[in-house]
Write a protein that binds this ligand. Sequence first.
Ligand SMILES: Nc1ncnc2c1ncn2[C@@H]1O[C@H](COP(=O)(O)OP(=O)(O)OP(=O)(O)O)[C@@H](O)[C@H]1O
Length: 238
Amino acid sequence: MTALLEVEDLKVAYGKIEAVKGISFKVEAGEIVTLIGTNGAGKTTTLRTLSGLLKPVGGQVKFNGKSLKKTPAHQIVAHGLAHSPEGRHIFPRMTIEDNLRLGAFLRNDKAGIEKDIQRAYDRFPILGERRKQAAGTLSGGEQQMLAMGRALMSQPKLLMLDEPSMGLSPIMMQKIMATISELKAQGTTILLVEQNAQAALSLADQAHVMEIGKIVLSGTGQDLLHDESVRNAYLGVD
Ligand SMILES: Nc1ncnc2c1ncn2[C@@H]1O[C@H](COP(=O)(O)OP(=O)(O)OP(=O)(O)O)[C@@H](O)[C@H]1O
């Protein structure tokens, strides 16, 4: 069986700086796969490349068995890949509801869209309470919820989340992590980039540790959670 996403020897550079130096990994349908690692390891660069925002200098990416090489960024979403970017990138002057609608820009099923907006409000009640307010008035954690809700509006086969816990209070972080596991239970496949290794590994089926552009260790989330080198380097315990 082919994996939903297959990344093979992917290389990405900013000019002469090679930020991703030939990484390979797979994401099977229904799994949560996480990329963890320190600042500058190349995690965000990897997600931006998978979304078509950066062009790789080598290797290949297959989604649903098809190469994404010739697919422009704006069509990648139509293939079923949605990206909730680092730093959220919601539209602060638009209302919360309009931000959500934007996530459904490729859909024509009006009734389905309304149903999914309602689902986003059920999942994150604060978004529903403030649906008519400018999104920029939301707190950081609430904007994170909105970014996730918006990405889900495209009904993705693969949801890519870049540091969803960044800057969140412990309670908000728990809420986001619980939402991620709920999404998995509902059948969404997730590629999760996180600095919070403990949280990410606890959720992940498969995990990869990135250091300066390379994958240096791979295993199940549970394996890496108990791996001594990971514990020392990323979990702050010995
Ligand atoms: N636009 C850019 N131009 C030049 N170099 C860049 C650019 N964006 C990222 N880099 C460099 O590429 C490398 C990988 O960065 P990237 O943001 O992918 O890492 P990351 O693992 O996501 O880190 P973080 O967790 O800090 O976001 C870093 O050395 C970074 O400085």
